[in-house]
Write a protein that binds this ligand. Structure first.
Ligand SMILES: C[S@@+](CC[C@H](N)C(=O)[O-])C[C@H]1O[C@@H](n2cnc3c(N)ncnc32)[C@H](O)[C@@H]1O
Ligand code: SF4
Length: 451
């Protein structure tokens, strides 16, 4: 089968598997008390295991029309102080109900959004200092990272972050082409990205990541080649090359685009391939799905050591049993439970200020879920997994018969492996391990397309 035929055949809705079960399949919701009990249990089971903290800052000054994140568009910077107060209250609730948060080592903190650099340098310090001061930190094993929007990033913010111990930046770039930028309402000249990158290096940030997206309106092979070349001229340590997740049923702004405006199928994948070639040619290594790193970067080293991890924030080089998410819509995870905060900003604030952990939904994992979660995690990070037994291998072989016949996956004995040709179809193959999806096919489209 030719490559375009393969893309036509396998471009189907598929989860990205930043969790298992995927969010639409969360059925066994915990109460807030069950959730904190699961957290306490995780720390009792493994008192010295570290934990990770995610803080969601939802604010952006303007909306990029491709955006799929949970954002709140505003220019009112009074939000910085009011939101900080709520985050601190939420953190206090957890410290009271799960005392181990103050004793177990905090290994990672990640600020995401929205645009965390919506906050001034003073507000970043105000937000983070009390949290970091109350936590147990072993500086040698602590990793602080943040998503920065170059359009709102100043040297003073970067200095503040360095003074707080942050060493990693992830920058939204998306595309360098001015016409594509105009079409997605995100004007970000090359020089702006360059300057923030150079400042970050000067200030001693160890790793700079760029987010790029392929499949945006107006992108052509020629324009995206320029974006790939411009990226190489700045040589970030890591690159996330995301497939545009077009979800007009969730994001109103996506309805500004019609399917005809967007590259799709083989034409869309060609954009990925040309960027991939460009990156590999100058020494980057491809990791997992849609990620690249320089060989010196810790993400690549984790990959080589078989320790690459994946969670709601994407690929990371450290795994902790507990990930606590603070902030509106933030998702947390423990070995046996997922938890998500209220998605509405005013409901989230009201509930926290009333002294309540603002549970919106979650999922208590069954034993089968825990097994499938490990298998999917392994497959998404290593493109290969050992299945439980011959019965599961037979089931997977039958489910993936067409992908196997097309040379995209192999199942030898109990080892399931993606082939080099199968790389673009990682999400399709992972669905064989997604027992919840296989039992209940959705009636409407829930997931973005796999290509
Ligand atoms: C929450 S944003 C944070 C970055 C920061 N706000 C900025 O835009 O500069 C994280 C990344 O998600 C990616 N992203 C957002 N919407 C997406 C979509 N619909 N499809 C694929 N990737 C998307 C973008 O690459 C973006 O940089
Ligand atoms: S891409 Fe980043 S800056 Fe743009 S709307 Fe989304 S979160 Fe905000």
């Amino acid at each position: 089968m030719s490559t375009p035929e393969l893309f036509a055949k396998y471009d189907v809705p598929a989860p990205r598997y930043t969790s298992y079960p995927t969010v639409p399949y969360w059925t066994d919701a915990p109460t807030t008390d069950q959730w904190t009990a699961e957290l306490n249990r995780a720390f009792v089971r493994n008192p010295q295991a570290g934990w990770s903290l995610y803080i969601h800052i939802p604010f952006c000054e303007s909306l990029c029309t491709f955006c799929g994140c949970n954002t709140f568009i505003t220019r009112n910077h009074q939000n910085e102080a009011t939101y900080t107060e709520v985050i601190h209250r939420e953190w206090d609730l957890y410290r009271q109900q799960v005392p181990a948060f103050e004793r177990a080592p905090l290994r990672q903190i990640h600020l995401g959004g929205g645009t965390p650099t919506f906050f001034s340098p003073e507000s970043l310090i105000e937000l983070l200092r009390p949290i970091l001061d109350a936590a147990e930190i072993d500086a040698a094993h602590f990793e602080g990272s943040i998503e920065v929007g170059p359009r709102s990033t100043t040297r003073e913010q970067l200095e503040a972050l360095r003074s707080l111990g942050f060493q990693r930046l992830s920058m939204g770039v998306q595309d360098f082409n001015p016409e594509v930028q105009r079409l997605v309402n995100r004007i970000q000249p090359y020089e702006m990205t360059r300057d923030v990158t150079l400042q970050a290096r000067e200030l001693g940030f160890e790793s700079v990541n760029y987010d790029l997206i392929y499949g945006l309106p107006g992108q052509t092979e020629a324009s995206f080649q320029e974006t790939a070349d411009a990226t190489m001229s700045l040589r970030p340590d890591r690159i996330a090359l995301y497939s545009f997740a077009f979800v007009p049923w969730v994001k109103k702004a996506h309805r500004l685009f019609t399917k005809e405006d967007l590259p799709k199928g083989a034409a869309k994948r060609a954009l990925y391939e040309l960027a991939r070639e460009t990156f590999l040619d100058v020494g980057y290594v491809e990791l997992g799905m849609d990620h690249f790193a320089l060989p010196e970067d810790s993400l690549y080293q984790a990959y080589q050591a078989g320790e690459l991890h994946r969670n709601f924030m994407g690929y990371t080089d450290q795994r902790t049993d507990v990930l606590l998410g603070l902030g509106v819509s933030a998702i947390s995870e423990a070995p046996t439970c997922f938890h998500q905060n209220d998605k509405g900003l005013s409901d989230y604030k009201r509930r926290v200020l009333a002294g309540e952990i603002p549970t919106m939904r979650g999922h208590l994992l069954s034993e089968e879920d825990q097994r499938q979660r490990e298998q999917i995690l392994r497959f998404m990070t290593q493109q290969a997994v050992d299945l439980a037994d011959e019965a599961q291998a037979a089931d997977v072989r039958a489910y993936l018969a067409e992908l196997i016949a097309d040379g995209l996956v192999t199942v030898d004995g109990t080892r399931m492996q993606l082939t080099e040709r199968g790389r673009p179809f990682l999400r399709n193959a992972a669905m064989a391990l997604d027992l919840r999806l296989r039992r209940h096919q959705p009636d409407t489209q829930l997931f973005s397309m796999s290509v």
